[in-house]
Design a binder for this molecule. Structure first.
Ligand SMILES: Cc1ncc(COP(=O)(O)O)c(C=O)c1O
Length: 370
């Protein structure tokens, strides 16, 4: 089976994880610090903290904004469920908006179409890794959470995606461009927010008594600590951070392999009327190359035919407003609904060979020729 997703774990990742295991310090520790420093420097972020998943990073991001209870957060419908769950679980209401049918990204006009007096924030998602035109959205004056789960290597007008809005998140799950097995991270324009995030990710624990006792200050016993806020635990492990550290060093190489597949597909589908290729990044921007999402005529039959030929494709993602849970099934978001009928992610990952990609392209062309 040729899979739509995959990772490339090599001997260096294996050795880095083995070294953590040999050290017996497998939980949160030095490897996390090292990864955080390397990631911050590589992307040019003001501050960055690793957590145990991108989904939890989103939940943390919403918490960091301190929005009034029950207020509305605008979220594109064409995204992964965690974007909405983060809002809902933090005690707010996700209000789904449409996206551009070509870029598949949220636009300022989509935000304006569902802004209400209760709107307190906007979530933008760099879908597939294509940078969102974010400045016009920032100009609306609402806090912006930037989901860069697909965009770890993407840049927009000289800035790293994720680091442009008020708070930004990354995902390092098993199929992302940079994997830690499971993992995520959070950044913010104001570094004080990341200081707070460091407390929150450890059940909201602030100063530990150990630090005070070690410093010889106060009359605290070392097992006592201040609990600054109530929050859940989302600490990353040294195991995950060690793997992520090597993947970060290899990111350019991993992205190059994705780019070679992307360019092969672009060439193969040039002039094929039944397939609309994903857009390229704007001049001067860099695409994150997470998923090669085409819009295809007769999409369902194409996907089924590919599956019969051993090629696994998928739709990322079933529009959220169509899920009964959120009580918004009565709303019409025509572009998201159109993408729900036409969009299809083709295999793209760093272990996919060019021969396999050529087989995928030939199968797509064959479907329309037949
Ligand atoms: C757009 C988007 N946001 C957030 C996430 C959540 O990341 P994680 O899988 O690390 O929880 C994903 C995961 O697929 C995603 O695609």
């Amino acid at each position: 089976m040729i899979s739509v997703f995959g990772s490339d774990i090599g001997p260096r990742e294996i050795e880095a994880v083995a070294a953590v295991m040999r050290s017996q310090w497998v939980g949160f520790g030095r490897a996390v610090d090292q990864f955080e420093q390397a990631f911050t420097a590589r992307l040019g972020l003001p501050a960055f903290a690793m957590v145990d998943s991108g989904s939890n990073a989103l939940f943390l991001a919403i918490r960091l904004l301190d929005l009034p209870p029950g207020s509305e957060v605008i979220v594109p419908s064409f995204t992964w469920v965690s974007c909405a769950q983060a809002v809902l679980l933090a005690g707010h209401r996700p209000v789904f908006c449409d996206v551009d049918p070509v870029t598949m990204n949220i636009r300022r006009e989509d935000v304006e179409a569902c802004r209400s007096p209760r709107t307190t924030a906007v979530m933008v998602v760099h879908y597939a890794g294509l940078p969102v035109e974010i400045d016009p959205i920032l100009d609306l004056g609402l806090p912006v959470v930037e989901d860069a789960a697909h965009a770890v290597d993407a840049r927009h007008r000289g800035r790293a995606c994720g680091g442009i809005g008020d708070v930004g998140i990354y995902s390092f799950d098993a199929v992302k461009n940079l994997t830690a097995g499971e993992g995520g991270g959070i950044t913010a324009r104001d570094p004080a927010r990341i200081e707070r995030a460091r407390r929150l990710r450890y059940c909201g624990i602030g100063k530990s008594g150990f630090e005070a006792a070690a410093a010889g200050t106060g009359d605290r016993r070392w097992w006592e600590y201040d609990i600054a806020e109530a929050f859940i635990k989302m600490l990353p492990t040294n195991i995950a951070a060690a793997m992520a550290g090597v993947q970060l060093e290899r990111l350019a190489e991993l992205q190059e392999r994705r780019r070679a597949v992307w360019e092969l597909y672009d060439r193969e589908f040039d002039g094929l009327a039944a397939v609309i290729r994903p857009p390229r990044a704007a001049q001067g921007d860099r695409h994150g190359l997470f998923t090669y999402c085409i819009r295809a005529r007769d999409r369902d039959r194409l996907a089924r035919r590919l599956l019969e030929q051993g090629i696994y494709t998928t739709l990322r993602y079933h529009p959220l407003h169509l899920n009964a849970l959120y009580g918004q099934t009565g709303r019409r978001l025509p572009n998201c609904e159109r993408l729900n009928d036409e969009a299809l992610s083709l295999p793209l990952h760093p272990r996919l060979t060019l021969d396999e990609a050529a087989r995928v392209a030939a199968a797509v062309r064959g479907f329309y020729a037949g």
